[in-house]
Design a protein around this ligand. Structure first.
Ligand code: GUN
Length: 291
């Protein structure tokens, strides 16, 4: 069994991006610039955004953090998005999700100029991805595929089972996995109402869990020799940890890992790869790669 080291792989990718940034700067172009919009004080979101800002520094990018309190109105948020859309110094930006319940997430995402939508959440990018056209693709699915690619793990013709159908992970991952020019795999997407879930999971050559329920995937759901990817990052209260919590994935790692050929850890698997892919999307935005 081999651990898929997302931390080390993401570090290498950030170094590659930093080298490309310096090349751009030497050619007299300005550094890529990512902005992040953060609403409220959700611990997970604050950490993710801080990690994204740190990754920008490591890649030689400029970054801007736009922060609002929890009681921000939809109108105020839309005005901030309008400013970022119009600001020529900003190559791309993200609005960290989830947003407070009084704000309609779809309306915010649709207000982002799709040419700056480095998260790949805007319907134009979602649609172009589904059609197999050039576009910004969601960072977590791209991170998973890049991790598999860098470990030379075959996807062509393999049965990929995805647990979870979210707009951020499950759906775009299914699209990328089935695309001939990308992973060329055979894909099954499962969810909370799937009948015969255990047997479907057991038929997976590559099993991806993205449901946010610690220890959901047990040993009996995994075929011996399978590749297992854990997207879950649930904060579980932990009095012993200095932070007061620890992260748990969706996989019962202790029991599942010995059965696998490859497995991602939590933390240190998919998480850092997601941020590295956001940096790649930002570089692509600065280079006008898609639009
Ligand atoms: N919340 C959880 N994952 C993500 C992500 O990839 N992007 C944004 N904007 N919010 C998230």
């Amino acid at each position: 069994m081999t651990i898929l080291d997302g931390t080390a792989t993401a570090r290498r990718i950030r170094e590659e991006i930093a080298a490309q940034t310096e090349k751009m700067v030497q050619q007299g172009r300005r550094r890529p610039h990512l902005a992040a919009v953060l609403v409220g004080h959700d611990g997970g979101s604050e950490t993710y955004v801080a990690n994204k800002v740190r990754a920008c520094k490591e890649c030689g990018f400029d970054s801007t953090l736009v922060q609002f309190e929890n009681n921000v109105t939809e109108k105020e948020l839309l005005a901030a998005i309008d400013c970022l859309n119009k600001d020529d110094a900003i190559d791309g930006f993200i609005v960290q999700l989830p947003l407070p319940l009084h704000i309609e997430e779809r309306r915010i995402i649709e207000a982002i100029d799709y040419r700056k939508d480095v998260d790949g959440f805007h319907p134009v990018n979602v649609g172009r991805l589904a059609a197999g056209l050039h576009c910004f693709a969601s960072a977590t699915p791209r991170g998973i595929l890049e991790l598999l690619r860098r470990y030379d793990i075959r996807t062509r013709g393999q049965h990929v089972v995805i647990l979870g159908r979210s707009n951020i992970v499950g759906k775009p991952l299914a699209v990328l996995m089935m695309q001939k020019s990308y992973a060329d795999a055979t894909v099954t997407v499962c969810h909370s109402h799937t009948v015969g879930l255990r047997d479907i999971c057991r038929s997976a050559d590559i099993l991806v869990a993205a449901i946010g329920q610690p220890h959901f995937v047990t040993q009996d759901m995994v075929k011996p020799g399978a590749v297992v990817v854990d997207v879950g990052t649930t904060r579980v209260p932990d009095a012993v940890s200095p932070r007061g919590y620890h992260l748990e994935g969706d996989i019962d790692f202790e029991r599942v890992a010995p059965r696998c050929s490859y497995i991602t850890p939590v933390p240190g698997g998919v998480g850092p790869m997601t941020i590295a892919m956001l940096m790649q999307n930002t570089l692509a935005a600065a280079q006008g790669e898609y639009y």
